[in-house]
Design a protein around this ligand. Structure first.
Ligand SMILES: O=C(O)CCC(=O)C(=O)O
Ligand SMILES: [Fe+2]
Length: 288
């Protein structure tokens, strides 16, 4: 099951949820082989190509740390729900994706947001991204360390093959269980998450990782990363403002929920819930 070259388990989409969750618990990340078909990847790439062409490389931030995070030769494209039918109707409405995400975030809140969905297109010469844990979006949880709740998780799907040379994501297996989450590890501790087009790296928000350096002369590495976070945390992207309500009406209830067009419930604890109007579901206000 484990690929010796990457140190990360590779599992087929048909693997049982229990096996997948067990693998994630032990390493912090797994590769789900063939999550998307070649046809889905081709359609998605075709839909976003014109938009990627318009995006500039590098960061718009004046902060040097943020610039290093974004990557000088990296293009990032967001608002994929608006830009791609394949993304909004298939990729984020995938039963395997949600079986895993729901299990990973179990115990936080009944419902979860999509945090961000972005194409990350790493060009030649881009340096390695500084290591981080995606949960750093929510710093209060860092102090709780490995015993704190899983409040964010990430699917990163390869839209080109990911090789060590072209910038495959680098992860530190086991770092989701380190006692000190201020420790982001060293480059020597990382392994590349090499994968084929259509495979997905699923990882815990507690796992230290970063985009790899692209040392090729002319090859771009393209992936799409989408995170899910607990319903009680503000997402990275402001979807209710960027996704048109008319478009939202066409989406499935599950996808509407991910984007904040439905309220967030916590029935297990009997909490009245969040993101409402008049103590009623925001979906009723919106007429969904
Ligand atoms: O592009 C990658 O491989 C990883 C990017 C990442 O971890 C991030 O931007 O949070
Ligand atoms: Fe990340």
């Amino acid at each position: 099951m484990t690929n010796v070259a990457t140190g990360l388990p590779h599992l087929p989409t048909t693997e049982s949820l229990a096996e997948i969750m067990q693998a994630i618990d032990s390493t912090g990340g797994v590769i789900i082989d063939g999550l998307l078909s070649a046809d889905q990847v081709a359609r998605f790439n075709r839909e976003i190509d014109p938009h990627i062409n318009e995006v500039h490389s590098g960061s718009s931030s004046s902060n040097a740390d943020v610039q290093a995070f974004h990557g000088a030769q990296t293009k990032r494209l967001t608002n994929l729900v608006t830009l791609s039918e394949t993304f909004r109707t298939e990729i984020i409405d995938n039963d395997v994706v949600h079986a895993i995400a729901r299990e990973a975030l179990r115990g936080t809140y009944d419902d979860y947001w999509m945090g961000t969905a972005q194409v990350i297109d790493i060009g030649p010469g881009n340096r390695a991204q500084p290591h981080h844990r995606d949960m750093e979006n929510y710093p209060a949880f860092l102090e709780l360390g490995p015993d704190g709740p899983e409040v964010i998780c990430n699917f990163l799907i390869a839209l080109t093959d990911f090789t060590e040379e072209n910038g495959a994501t680098r992860v530190i297996p086991g770092s989701h269980k380190w006692s000190d989450f201020e420790n982001r590890g060293t480059p020597e501790q990382t392994v590349p998450a090499t994968m084929k087009t259509g495979d997905a790296l699923f990882f815990s928000g507690k796992l230290a990782h970063g985009g790899g350096a692209n040392t090729t002369a002319a090859e771009r590495r393209r992936g799409v990363a989408f995170t899910f976070n607990a319903g009680y945390l503000v997402p990275e992207e402001a979807f209710p403002f960027t996704v048109d309500l008319a478009l939202a009406r066409t989406l499935t209830p599950r996808v509407q929920q991910l984007l904040g067009f439905r309220s967030f419930t916590d029935n297990a604890r009997g909490n009245p819930g969040l993101w409402q109007n008049n103590y009623d579901n925001i979906a009723a206000f919106l007429g969904l």
